[in-house]
Design a protein around this ligand. Structure first.
Ligand code: SF4
Ligand code: SF4
Ligand code: FES
Length: 232
């Protein structure tokens, strides 16, 4: 298999360049993931930089752009990929080194939607109960692992990363707006009601296509718009 990987060391390089690696098919088993291949490639060139941790699709650290699509390398089977694999850092955020991007703005946007329950009375001694039906409404919203695959696929985020929160943050906003225990949903909606915020989403659905957890941020944003029309 051939791997064409974008390399960039800001201390040496003016711009990113491509480096070609090869792996013999005997080095790969039928259940190998792309991350396994990267580990082998790093044995060839220890300077190759990428993030990974859990290797199970849980921590969200190893997002990268593979043949034009954002993916988590640890749950991308090599058997699903062609013999020639082009790997780049996820687009739309600054590159720190090779496949590692600076996620600071992504986390700031997430922080900006207050991704925590605001309930009353604030009683830390007891659970905040909700019915099984209300709990079920959160399915599809709470499972986000903050990998950034969706937000860095979003053209609206590419053009206005400091203004448009992006699909991951808006999925989190949706999760708390629809939570029956949260008392701030009107203020949450007002904060999103702006041409540079939620209405910047054009529902092209890049985000939903990119999500490795099968979540649907585009639909959540559409629902937020519908709730906004009814409630504010
Ligand atoms: S549907 Fe909205 S949030 Fe998702 S990629 Fe398109 S513009 Fe971005
Ligand atoms: S919604 Fe999906 S793609 Fe976006 S950050 Fe969460 S898990 Fe990753
Ligand atoms: S290494 Fe944790 S999600 Fe891939």
């Amino acid at each position: 298999m051939q791997f064409i990987i974008s390399r960039y060391n800001p201390q040496i390089d003016k711009i990113p360049y491509d480096q070609t690696f090869e792996l013999d098919n005997t080095q790969i088993s039928t259940d190998s993931m792309l991350l396994d291949a990267l580990h082998l490639l790093r044995e060839q060139d220890p300077s190759l930089a990428y993030r990974s941790s859990c290797q199970e699709g849980v921590c969200g650290s190893d997002g990268m752009n593979v043949n034009g699509r954002n993916r988590l390398s640890c749950i991308t089977p090599l058997s699903d990929l062609p013999q020639k694999i082009v790997i780049k850092p996820m687009p739309g955020l600054p590159i720190i080194k090779d496949l590692i991007i600076d996620m600071e703005l992504f986390y700031q946007q997430y922080q900006g939607v207050d991704p925590f329950l605001q309930s009353e009375p604030l009683d830390l001694q007891h659970e905040h109960l909700q019915s099984p039906e209300d709990r079920a409404k959160l399915d599809g919203s709470y499972e986000c692992i903050l990998c950034g695959c969706c937000t860095t696929s979003c053209p609206s985020f590419w053009w206005n990363p400091d203004q448009f929160a992006g699909p991951a943050a808006l999925l989190a906003a949706h999760r708390f707006v629809i939570d029956s225990r949260d008392i701030q949903h009107v203020d949450r909606l007002k904060n999103l009601d702006s041409p540079t915020q939620i209405f910047r989403c054009r529902h092209i659905q890049n985000c939903t296509d990119a999500c490795p957890k099968g979540l649907n941020p585009s639909r959540a944003i559409q629902e937020l718009k519908s709730i906004m029309v009814k409630e504010i």
